[in-house]
Ligand binder design. Structure first.
Ligand code: CDP
Length: 227
């Protein structure tokens, strides 16, 4: 903590589409902190592997890719709803990382222990600098267990699928609610049953059920916790 006042390292974890990124982004903005969405790194590795036509079941090859890939997350260069730019090589892959085939495969990639080792070491190094809101699945449990404030943001699968569905429609994409729900449930199943760093609340996390709260209410609640 800085001067016993605001928490310096804030970890936000939770299942798919629970509103972690929305909360993380607005919280970081209000506190003047860096917002770091770790899911982007797993998504970027998945996108690169798919674009190279790699067999995602080839754990050794995917792990090597995660160890060697140059992924850059930079301040946003466009005002198209993005919170940051995701760059692989010289290519802007920000929106590619949100594509359906990435979403459908990312949990397989993120379950590989070597992939997690490579990415979480980078995340930890950045997180330890402080004045940061870091969002993911294992930030409070594995990446930054010393975080000053840990929030586990939850909501029912139906509510989360509704939010992700609306997000896709707003971006002008085609979406089917039942399909989105099925994918959200499947991703949670893989994320919470993997051997390494499974999705679960840290023992000292504040669990926040956001089913009946809008984004503004969630933000105000967490700002109260920060005090
Ligand atoms: O935004 P959404 O909650 O749908 O997903 P995300 O936070 O971008 O994470 C995408 C995927 O990356 C998750 O389903 C996990 O498989 C993986 N992930 C992880 O394993 N550990 C993290 N710290 C962050 C994401």
């Amino acid at each position: 903590m800085i001067n016993n006042s605001l928490p310096s390292i804030i970890a936000i974890d939770g299942p798919a589409a629970s509103g972690k990124s929305t909360l993380g982004r607005s919280l970081a903005e209000r506190l003047g902190y860096l917002f770091f969405d770790t899911g982007v790194m797993y998504r970027a590795i998945t996108w690169i592997a798919l674009s190279l036509d790699m067999d995602l079941r080839d754990e050794a090859a995917v792990t090597k890719l995660a160890e060697e890939a140059q992924i850059d997350v930079r301040p946003p260069s466009k005002q198209d709803g993005r919170a940051f730019d995701v760059i692989a090589g010289n290519r802007d892959i920000t929106w590619d990382t949100r594509a359906a085939d990435v979403e459908g495969n990312v949990s397989v990639v993120s379950a590989y222990p070597g992939v997690r080792r490579a990415l979480s070491a980078q995340q930890r190094r950045i997180g330890l600098r402080g004045s940061i809101v870091m969002v993911g699945r294992d930030i409070g449990t594995v990446v930054l267990p010393e975080a000053d404030l840990k929030v586990y943001l939850d909501a029912t699968a139906e509510e989360r699928a509704k939010r992700r569905y609306n997000e896709l429609i707003q971006r002008g994409e085609k979406a089917d609610y039942e399909e989105v729900l099925k994918k959200v449930i499947e991703r949670d199943r893989i994320d919470s049953t993997r051997a390494v760093a499974p999705l679960r609340p840290a023992d000292d996390a504040m669990i926040l059920d956001s089913d009946k709260m809008n984004a503004e209410e969630v933000l105000e609640h967490v700002l109260e916790l920060c005090k």
